[in-house]
Structures are given as structure tokens and as C-alpha cells.
Design a protein around this ligand. Structure first.
Ligand code: G3P
Length: 222
């Protein structure tokens, strides 16, 4: 599974990218609004930090406006994938932009029916929002499972991006279900590496090594 970071923070992106396991970035208007600076400048810097798909979302709500914004974003940097919301207008824009060769990440997907339409409209990525489905007491991962199965059944060339992942077990579940991509906040990303037994084990190895070195030193001095 590809790992994307769901943030527009360059600090977080730089720190995570240094590990060498980040495949792409998803942003949205909310995430960009938290950062200081021009959204376009921030996106260019993100593209120059991570060489993978970087989602930039349109804010128009009509198809014409989305197409205009989508073409603009696609021209800003080769790494940019245009995010369109899963509405009737978003589907029209997705069909038109994907026919022009522009990659679309269909966002705000909450059902398998929406995902089916996203793939048929030519989206290259479809983003079900797992956590937000969980928030309304419905199992978000079941939507991911359904979408993965439907895309497999028909060999749709559309990747399932499990979004709105809120904790490490969401990441594990998404990977078990065969989601192609999981996007997560920096806090979830950093939690993926942590394990108390790793820390305890490492401490013990280092203590034993120090002990052995001292003993060897003492032997040599005799
Ligand atoms: O990728 C979508 C994500 O930003 C939404 O996450 O936690 O606000 O539902 P959340």
C-alpha cells in the first residue's frame, strides 16, 4: 500500500519524507487554510519535496469552474493530481479533465455507488473518507472493502485511497482490504513506527553491549 500524508504542513512533510517511505501527499482547502502563505506556493514546495502524486482540490462547485481550476492546477506542476468532489458537477468535470489526460482524485466519497461513478468518469484515484463514515456510526471500512471488490471485478484502473484515517488500526485495516493508498495525518504516520517492545529491546541490547565492552576492556587490562 502506498503511504500518503494528509497535510499541507511543509515541516511535517519534510520530516516524514526524510524516512523515504512517503509516496504522495493529499491536501484540501481546510488543510491549506491552516498554513501561512499562498496555497499555490505551498503546493509547489510540496511537489518539490515529495516526488509523487500531490492532490490539489478545486473549490468551484460548477463543472465549468472545476475544469478551469483543474487545468490551472495541472499546469502548476507535473506531480499535481486534481481533486474534484463527488457531485454531479464533479463527475462532469472529472470526465472532461480525465479525457484531457489530467489525473483526478475524486474526493468526498462516502459510498460504493459514488465510487463506481468516479471510476466510470475516469478518476485515477477515488477517496472514501473512512473516519467520517465511522463518525456517523456506520462502518467506513466496509465502504473501502466494497469499492476494492468492485474495482477488481471490472479491472477499473482507479486506485482506492483510504482517506480520513484517524489511527494506526485504520491503516492496518485499509492495507488488509487491499486499498492501494492510505492517507493519514502526520500524527498517525509517526505512530506507525512506534512499539514499546522495540524501545525496551533496543535499551537492553545497548546495555548488554556496554557491559560486554567493559568486560572485554577489563580482560585486556589483566
Ligand atoms: O483526506 C481527507 C481528510 O483530510 C479528512 O480527514 O479526519 O478531517 O475526516 P478528517
Amino acid at each position: 500500500m502506498k503511504i500518503f500524508l494528509d497535510t499541507a504542513s511543509l515541516k511535517e512533510i519534510r520530516e516524514a519524507a526524510a524516512l523515504g517511505v512517503v509516496d504522495g501527499i493529499t491536501t484540501n482547502p481546510t488543510l491549506l487554510s491552516k498554513e501561512s502563505g499562498e496555497p499555490e506556493d505551498i503546493l509547489v514546495q510540496i511537489c518539490e519535496t515529495v516526488n509523487g502524486p500531490i492532490s490539489a482540490e478545486v473549490v468551484a462547485t460548477d463543472a465549468e469552474g472545476m475544469m478551469r481550476e483543474g487545468r490551472h492546477w495541472a499546469g502548476v506542476h507535473r506531480n499535481i493530481v486534481v481533486k474534484c468532489p463527488c457531485t454531479t458537477e464533479g463527475l462532469k468535470a472529472t470526465k472532461a479533465l480525465s479525457s484531457e489526460g489530467i489525473r483526478i482524485n475524486m474526493t468526498l466519497v462516502f459510498s460504493a455507488t459514488q465510487a463506481l461513478l468516479a471510476a466510470k468518469a475516469g478518476a485515477s484515484i477515488c477517496s472514501p473518507f473512512v473516519g467520517r463514515i465511522d463518525d456517523i456510526a456506520s462502518p467506513g471500512m466496509e465502504v473501502v472493502r466494497d469499492i476494492v471488490q468492485i474495482y477488481r471485478n471490472y479491472s477499473f484502473p482507479c486506485e482506492v485511497l483510504a482517506a480520513s484515517l484517524r489511527h494506526p488500526m485504520h491503516v492496518v485495516e485499509a492495507a488488509k482490504l487491499g486499498a492501494h493508498i492510505g492517507t493519514m495525518p502526520y500524527s498517525v504516520f509517526t505512530a506507525l513506527v512506534k512499539h514499546p517492545l522495540t524501545d525496551i529491546g533496543l535499551k537492553k541490547f545497548l546495555e548488554d553491549w556496554e557491559k560486554a565492552k567493559k568486560e572485554m576492556g577489563a580482560k585486556a587490562a589483566r
